[in-house]
Design a protein around this ligand. Structure first.
Ligand code: 4NP
Length: 161
């Protein structure tokens, strides 16, 4: 099992978008049984809230369905997962503060897997949900390629069983 969590600030825009986009990608590849995928926020601002309506609308327009209820990231979540994929430098600093600098080897900015590493701007502030969608999709595709290269034999085994 490959345990993946996406992390942003509020867990109502970017990270639940990434969660649902990535779930659809692995489903389309026939490898969803090999993955546990969810998302968290570094803050407690939006705990219990659904995906922010403009983010959900953008997903729907791209044929992506699903729901998520915002939850705050805990140290246990970092310990229990294989990949902690954050959206920007602030998220990275906040997660490393939570872990006292530990577990850096499994914490990555999502766009660090692309040929143009950069932050994913927060659409809560920019209001550009299409840009967020495009950046997150680019990051998820690059991350999936990475995982497939890293874990090819394990995924092939899971596919057969
Ligand atoms: P997200 O966006 O981190 O992409 O979910 C935000 C959502 C809510 C807030 C900040 C960012 N907020 O301050 O409530």
């Amino acid at each position: 099992m490959i345990n993946v969590i996406f992390v942003c600030l509020g867990n109502i825009c970017r990270s639940p978008m990434a969660e649902l986009i990535f779930k659809k990608m692995v489903k389309e590849e026939g490898i969803s049984p090999s993955f546990n995928i969810t998302s968290f926020g570094t803050s407690d601002y939006e705990i219990g809230n659904p995906i922010y309506a403009p983010a959900q609308k953008t997903l729907t327009e791209h044929g992506i369905t699903g729901a998520h209820i915002a939850a705050q990231l805990s140290l246990r979540d970092v310990i229990n997962n294989d990949y902690v994929l954050v959206m920007d430098s602030q998220n990275l600093m906040d997660v490393l503060r939570l872990t006292s600098g530990k577990f850096g080897e499994k914490i990555f900015k999502l766009l660090s897997f692309t040929s143009a590493p950069r932050d994913i701007a927060d659409p809560w502030y920019t209001r550009d949900f299409e840009r967020a969608y495009a950046d997150i999709t680019e990051g998820c595709e690059a991350f999936l390629d990475y995982v497939k290269r890293e874990r090819e034999s394990a995924l092939a085994y899971d596919r057969r069983h």
